[in-house]
Design a protein around this ligand. Structure first.
Ligand SMILES: Nc1ncnc2c1ncn2[C@@H]1O[C@H](COP(=O)(O)OP(=O)(O)OP(=O)(O)O)[C@@H](O)[C@H]1O
Ligand SMILES: [Mg+2]
Length: 351
């Protein structure tokens, strides 16, 4: 696959704040790439540098192999959809979308053809004459997206594009965005602080922490093999069990032996990590086991979460039980439950 965008050792300092601190990333042609990180981790700053709205303190940004670090925003084949997008209130949907093309002084017939095409793609042809105030939140979102797409950028940057939408609409738009990206063959770099959204949409995810890159990998890899304890905690739910290491032997605080592949470079103080859905009720078939008292259960429709107080752990163990298994068995508070899991499902990090 061809690299479209190379981000090389990029830094951005605001006075003493290192908003972006030595980030290097290659983003491929036609990729749906997600930048994920908590508030203040440097996501917007990095996006603004890609768009040309922010100068670099150090490093380089290459597009198709050409250094664009000093190229003005309007001379980059890049479009940024802002965190808070604003449609022109006095213009119709079609006029809003056409605006950027009119600025480029394209022929009238071409503008009309391109606007019609994009309106049908985002399924808003019937609403072309409406004003933004006459649209729902999701429809407005689609117009803002159309306005960015109609200019046919090579690279579309989207800063929290679904942030203003409710949960249901959000998941519909996630699929919609994927479909549109695929249809147009445009590279998308999307910023989100919603880890589930990144898992659903992206081909690859980059996790940022304090302006630094923690991990860059496809969703499954980020979820199953988080690079650091931070990444493990940031994406999804993770149970952490403090363990002591003596050579190849790992022991939990209650004396239980823990089995897992030990990566190189780990010291004596370690945390073992296991996902809730990897915990099993047939503990006798697993090489790792811990017992505790049931604290509470939480019904989620698709599954049941059982919270278990394990003496060897600081926080309750969260176990995900499928709806079938939950029907077959009663989980009552104060009952003793033994949970098992396999060494292959265990990740180890420095404590
Ligand atoms: N113009 C600026 N002047 C000074 N500091 C700034 C400026 N812009 C951003 N920062 C700081 O840089 C850091 C990164 O900010 P940025 O907006 O990139 O975070 P973010 O990851 O997009 O967060 P959020 O999820 O809240 O949007 C923050 O500490 C922020 O306060
Ligand atoms: Mg931001």
């Amino acid at each position: 696959m061809t690299t479209l965008l190379s981000i090389r050792n990029v830094e951005k300092h605001f006075g003493r704040v290192r908003a972006v601190n030595g980030v290097s990333l290659d983003i491929r042609e036609n990729e749906f790439f997600a930048l994920l990180g908590s508030s203040g981790s440097g996501k917007t700053t990095l996006l603004r540098m890609l768009a040309g709205f922010e100068t670099l303190s150090a490093g380089q940004i290459l597009l198709n192999g050409r250094d664009i670090s000093n190229v003005a925003p309007n001379h980059r084949p890049v479009n940024l959809m802002f965190q808070s997008y604003a449609l022109f209130p006095h213009m119709s949907v079609a006029q809003n979308i056409a605006y950027g093309l009119e600025m480029e002084k394209l022929p009238r017939a071409e503008i009309r053809a391109r606007v019609d095409e994009i309106l049908s793609t985002i399924q808003l042809s019937a609403l072309a004459a409406r004003k933004p105030e006459q649209l729902s939140g999701g429809q407005r979102q689609r117009v803002a997206l159309a306005r960015a797409l109609v200019k046919r950028p090579q690279l579309l940057l989207l800063d929290e594009p679904l942030g203003a939408l409710d949960k249901k609409l959000r998941s519909e738009m996630q699929l919609e965005l994927k479909r549109i990206q695929h249809q147009f063959g445009i590279t998308f770099v999307i910023v989100t602080h919603d880890q589930e959204e990144a898992l659903v949409m992206a081909d690859r995810i980059a996790i940022l922490q304090h302006g630094e890159l923690v991990q860059c990998a496809p969703p499954r890899e980020v979820y199953e093999h988080p690079a650091t304890r931070f990444a493990a905690e940031f994406i999804g739910v993770m149970n952490f069990i403090p363990v002591q290491r003596d050579g190849a032997k790992l022991t939990a605080a209650d004396g239980s032996a823990i089995h897992a592949a030990i990566p190189e470079g780990l010291g004596a103080d370690i945390v073992a990590a296991v996902r809730p859905e990897r915990l099993r009720l047939d503990a006798e078939n697993c090489d790792n086991r811990l017992s505790g008292r049931i604290l509470a259960t939480a019904y989620h429709g698709l599954d049941l979460q059982v919270h278990v107080a394990i003496p060897a752990m600081a926080k309750p163990m969260v176990c995900r039980v499928t709806a079938d298994a939950a029907e077959a068995r009663d989980f009552k508070a104060d009952d003793i439950l033994t949970l098992g899991w396999n060494s292959a499902d265990t990740r180890l990090f420095a404590a």
